[in-house]
Write a protein that binds this ligand. Structure first.
Ligand code: AMP
Length: 213
């Protein structure tokens, strides 16, 4: 099963993609995590991407498309995957479709997680992430048991450079301008489902699982 999760920054795509991948037995592929991993390893792609990411801008399509095409060819993606954060432009969606078509494959479902702008700003402003397992926390709504430490793996919690207010507003604007057209794109293909992302993590998880099954 090949699934795409669409939604604005802060919609919960990372949390939900991780949980869906565990329930469905398929891999979670996050373009943002792959880029942050490149940065941590000091690759050329990582340093090029960093200047865009810090400003809340999209990394150029040609860099992202190549990175994802390589990732989905790995053997752990054979049974399927949940794509989180990719595609983010119509050009990326077209490139993905063309790559899949060559292997006689298609995307089965695209789930769009909807969350209001006020809620997104609140969520991203207080977000902390585990450096080790990427689990997100929120200083008010979902605080870790011990300050600065992940409940699951005891990893160090950090705030993303692009969760500062200027980058958050830019990311929301970029989503509206460059990613929202994808909703129409996939709707036209007949495999789009809409999910309300403002309930509890468990409620959203249930809605997503029933929408994609
Ligand atoms: P995310 O972790 O999905 O919020 O992504 C963090 C940042 O990585 C984004 O704000 C972009 O700068 C970059 N990024 C992630 N995925 C993509 C993509 N599909 N296309 C372009 N840039 C991306």
């Amino acid at each position: 099963m090949r699934i795409i999760l669409l939604g604005p920054p802060g919609a919960g795509k990372g949390t939900q993609a991780k949980s869906m991948s565990e329930s469905l037995g398929i891999v979670h592929i996050s373009s943002g995590d792959l880029l942050r991993d490149h940065q941590a390893r000091g690759t050329e792609l990582g340093s090029t991407a960093r200047s865009y990411m810090q400003q809340g801008l999209l990394v150029p399509d040609e860099l992202i498309i190549g990175m994802i095409q390589e990732r989905i060819k790995l053997s752990d993606a054979e049974k399927g995957y949940v794509l989180d954060g990719f595609p983010r432009t119509v050009e990326q969606a077209g490139a993905l479709e063309a790559a899949l078509e060559k292997q006689g494959e298609t995307i089965d479902r695209v789930a769009n997680i909807r969350v209001s702008e006020e809620e997104l700003i609140m969520r991203l402003g207080g977000r902390w992430i585990c450096r080790h397992c990427q689990r997100p926390y929120h200083e008010v709504n979902a605080a870790p048991r011990k300050h600065g430490e992940c409940d699951d793996c005891e990893g160090e919690l950090y705030q993303r450079e692009d969760d500062v207010p200027e980058a958050v507003s830019k990311r929301i604007k970029v989503f509206a301008e460059q990613t929202v057209p994808l909703i129409g794109y996939y709707n036209g293909k007949g495999n789009l489902v809409e999910v309300d992302g403002e309930g509890s993590i468990e409620d959203v998880r249930e809605s997503l699982l029933s929408a994609v099954s």
